[in-house]
Design a protein around this ligand. Structure first.
Ligand code: NAD
Length: 437
């Protein structure tokens, strides 16, 4: 592994030093209560949070619990109320490790730059995914270790940028951990180890689902502009979220890919549309997708996802092999029927919180000077979902090369975001009519 850039000399030192050398504490008053505030020392890893919503807040909490000497010192969001809410929630949960003074709370589209200019060692990127390629590139340029949420882009140019950035992160010796959290779930790790070790023979096909109901919607307030309403309801605009196959169902697509050793398929054919979310408030996204990924030797991956209220739900993976099958369903059901039958016995002591495990692994890797690196897999898994969306929107069978080289731009460049931006909303795609670009 190459040496980190010279600007990382403090980090170099930190990596070699045990996080267990606990900093001492002093008493301060938060919410009228006496709490012990973690005191910084040369081993302290400082974290900056970019995107202070539900997941970012959770990730920041997990980061501060991953190691005894990690402190959150900077936050950025485009909305002051989101940042404030996140800050208050974090204080309630882990007050001693939340040390973000007013000068390190940044509001606006360039708030992330100020987090990067502060002396944080690690950044958490948890905005809507359209911002991710730009935020990732700038974080790596600034020499930060990164936890970045999935998906990592919404279009192919974004993925190509992320692949470039990932290469640079690797060269600089920066840790890069994605939010593909199921890969850190103990039952899945044990099950997948068996599949990849041939427990059901050669995998022939995989059925994977993410069939869920309605998600949140923020009712517009009279004082909100159109841009604000859109950004607050980013899920429903494909230029911000990538559509729900990319934003949410990508977890199941990632589980499909993992079972096949992350080999890439050859083609994708798909369908989809919107039948229950047809009103203007739902932007331009679909509410259902079905994709067939075809791999070499005729191996197939069948993906099925929907976000439709009042329908049955399913979050499962069924893997068929030439010597057996494996069923994984939500609720910790993991079953292998094959050369040797096996099922996950739900032992409390072996269960883990996968979100916490991601951060435990990330910070331990930084301490050990062996930075965890997820850069290529996170880009490929996101691209699989973008590719499925392209095939569904157009109704065409598309190859991996065509999809990855697509020139379709959904997300604006970072510099184009502003409160009076005029990013044209593409019409809802119509298979057979919408052209592949
Ligand atoms: N791994 C998982 O299981 C999981 C679960 C939920 C969400 N996620 C992912 O996490 C990301 C965030 O999702 P969420 O549910 O927290 O959404 P959210 O809407 O609750 O949070 C997003 C936050 O980012 C802020 N934001 C928007 N643009 C910004 C910018 N340019 N700079 C700074 N802040 C900005 C928003 O104001 C909001 O506070 C998404 O990519 C989502 O797919 C992952």
């Amino acid at each position: 592994m190459k040496k980190p850039a010279s600007s990382n000399s403090r980090r170099e030192f930190v990596k070699k030093t045990s996080g267990a050398l606990l900093a001492s504490t002093i008493s301060v008053n938060v919410f009228g209560k006496e709490v012990h505030k973690h005191r910084f020392n040369s081993d302290t890893l400082k974290v900056g949070l970019i995107g202070c919503g539900g997941r970012g807040t959770g990730a920041a909490l997990q980061a501060t619990k991953a190691d005894p000497n990690v402190v959150l010192t900077a936050m950025a969001d485009i909305f002051p109320d989101r940042l404030e809410q996140s800050y208050q929630n974090l204080l309630k949960e882990n007050a001693s490790k939340i040390q973000v003074d007013k000068d390190h709370m940044f509001i606006g589209f360039d708030g992330y730059k100020k987090v990067l200019e502060s002396d944080v060692d690690v950044v958490i990127l948890a905005t809507p995914p359209s911002f991710r390629p730009g935020h990732l590139a700038d974080s790596v340029a600034a020499g930060k270790h990164i936890f970045c949420e999935k998906p990592v882009a919404v279009d192919a140019p974004g993925i190509r940028s992320v692949l470039e950035t990932a290469k640079k992160a690797k060269e600089k010796g920066l840790a890069l951990m994605s939010g593909f959290c199921w890969r850190h779930d103990n039952p899945k790790i044990e099950t997948y180890d068996r599949i990849l070790d041939g427990a059901i023979g050669d995998v022939l096909s995989i059925y994977n689902t993410y069939n869920t109901g309605a998600l949140w919607y923020h009712e517009p307030k009279p004082e909100w502009s159109k841009v604000e309403t859109t950004l607050r309801n980013w899920l429903y605009y494909n230029w911000l979220s990538g559509d729900h196959i990319v934003e949410q169902a990508v977890h199941s697509v990632d589980l499909m890919s993992w079972a096949l050793g992350d080999v890439l398929p050859l083609t994708a054919t798909a369908t989809g549309g919107r039948q229950s979310r047809t009103e203007e408030q739902w932007g331009n996204v679909f509410d259902h997708f079905a994709v067939v990924y075809e791999y070499a030797n005729g191996v197939k991956g069948y993906h099925f996802s929907r976000q439709q209220k009042g329908c049955s739900r399913a979050y499962g993976i069924e893997i068929m092999g030439d010597k057996g099958r494996c069923d994984i369903h939500v609720g910790n059901k993991h079953k292998v029927i094959g050369k040797k039958d096996w099922s996950w016995e739900d032992k409390k002591e072996e269960r883990n919180n996968m979100y916490q495990s991601e951060h435990d692994t990330l910070f331990a890797s930084i301490r050990a000077g062996k930075p965890f690196f997820d850069g290529i897999k996170m880009a490929n898994s996101t691209m699989l979902a973008i590719w499925g969306r392209m095939a569904a929107y157009t109704g065409q069978t598309i190859s991996w090369e065509e999809a990855l080289n697509s020139e379709e731009v959904l997300a604006p460049p970072l510099d184009d975001y502003s409160w009076d931006m005029q990013w044209p909303l593409k019409e809802v795609a119509r298979p057979g009519i919408t052209k592949f670009v």
